[in-house]
Design a protein around this ligand. Sequence first.
Ligand SMILES: *[C@@H]1O[C@H](CO)[C@@H](O)[C@H](O)[C@H]1NC(C)=O
Ligand SMILES: *[C@@H]1O[C@H](CO)[C@@H](O)[C@H](O)[C@H]1NC(C)=O
Length: 592
Amino acid sequence: MSAVRRYLVAAGLVIIIISVWQRWGADTWSPLATPTKSHIQPIDKDFFWRTVTHQYPVTSFRPLPTAAVDVLPHVQAKFGPESADQKQTRLTRRDTIKRAFSRSWKAYKEHAWLRDEVKPITGKPVDTFGGWGATLVDSLDTLWIMGFREEFSLAVQAVSNNISFRTTEAETINVFETTIRFLGGLLGAYDLSGDTRLLSKAQDVGDMLYKAFDTPNHLPVTRWDIHAAGRGETQTAHGNTLLAELGSLSMEFSRLSIVTGNPKYYDAVQHISELLAASQMKTKVPGLWPIVVDAAREEFDLGSDYGLGGMSDSTYEYLPKMAALLGQKTGIYADMYLRSMETSNRHLLFRPMTPKGDDILFPGSLHASRSNNQVSTTLDPSAGHLTCFVGGMLAVGGQIMSNKTHVELADKVTKGCIWAYSSFGRGVMPETMSLTPCPSRSGCVWSDSSWHLAALSAQSASKEDDGEKLVEEQRLPPSFTKIPDARYILRPEAVESIFVMYRVTGDPAWQDAAWRMWNAIDELTHTELANTAVWNVNPKHGEEPGKADSMESFWLGETLKYLYLVFSEPELVSLDDWVFNTEAHPFRRLKK
Ligand SMILES: *[C@@H]1O[C@H](CO)[C@@H](O)[C@H](O)[C@H]1NC(C)=O
Ligand SMILES: *[C@@H]1O[C@H](CO)[C@@H](O)[C@H](O)[C@H]1NC(C)=O
């Protein structure tokens, strides 16, 4: 054998060994072992958004926290040993989720690579969030967590080489969505992998978004004309700003400051948080902020509607999560969280009347009005899929603030969503719904006539009308009085809270609940290519739910990630070391 051939054989053997190791390495490999520090890439000083002039530059920054102030209590339970049977079941379930992810990822890769989304029926690409590859960026950390290393590496390369945040075809940019999906996605994948190409891309997004804060009062324009900003036109924050779009930029901007060492991003969001803290007890419902606020005049008591659902949700979610991220058991985030939950517990959480008397809760919403200096409020016993995050928030918050009551409430709110899923023939709850409330949280006895009357009232029908006929015609399950939006759009919030409850309690019953949910969701939404949003989770007998040909990036970024984690070892992305942003991107928590 010549030296060259010997060399070739040796090289061939190495390649075979590496590829075999890679093939089954995916299952045994620990994704959190050693972050790779290769591919060091300095940031590009000439990137447009770093060179653009700021008209209202900030000249001094709040000091950036670099270490935790407190050692926070454990979030996760101590898990006992698992039997061989339990392990077998868990791994079978986990692999089913992994295959589902693979299928949807492949559809995206083949039909919509570098675009925002793939349409899961027609396979057409579509840009919905600026055209920067929302599904690609949202999926990065899921690929890493599931152990798809080759796919991860391809995806990072594509993000690094082929996605530019210089500009967009979109007319305006939603600053909140861009923050949670793109900035959050890049930071989460960077925190897990240590690949600095992701960090420099995150900094590009951060510097682009930082320009949205270039207003007289340094509050951001949340629905942002990025092109006008690029031309140097003057901009001001808006009079009507959704609470969630203002209050839930804090985690991503803070984490970006921490990993880059540049305090300006943290400073920008800390300013918002300080204003929220100062106004929290001065609103019509002290402890909560209205869904709409005036960011131009910094007037936080404009609107009359209060709640934890869509349009305000993640502002509340980020309060305990900021305390976890920064390692602060006291301070404005802890204070705001405790005050908001005190008020929510007293005024928002309600128990629905159900045939079996289930001990469950839902966060409703409040309408407040002021007359003669007296505020009166009315509870709207409605909820939506988006409010299903509340269980997870209360469980994390209760653990780090050492408040058992919060964890008990978390249990009941999460079980509320499980009950809502199981109330429908197809096993999936709708986007929004109204329920028949019990007069008190200690419960109430089921009554058909109370339900029928509540349905008439929820639909503003006359009391004389036939409530029984109404619920029958609309196929409303018991206790449901109205379904304003019957879609299911592949949202994650119910499995998200189940995942957190599982990690916080260690109780395998939560895994079973997640498994039932998964089967119902897949059955309802499965397409030849992937999974799709549906128009109606409650179709007439013999009719179809109506497939919407839409798969938002959170299906791969959140829903399938949380399901996978429910069936993984509890140390995988432990909540004692990581905290998830509202798009399920894990950020490493500061430690003392
Ligand atoms: C991505 O960027 C690389 C490097 O610039 C280039 O060779 C490749 O053609 C690009 N791919 C796509 C799909 O644009
Ligand atoms: C726990 O939270 C509840 C609800 O906000 C509150 O009423 C209670 O005082 C708290 N308990 C402790 C020990 O802080």
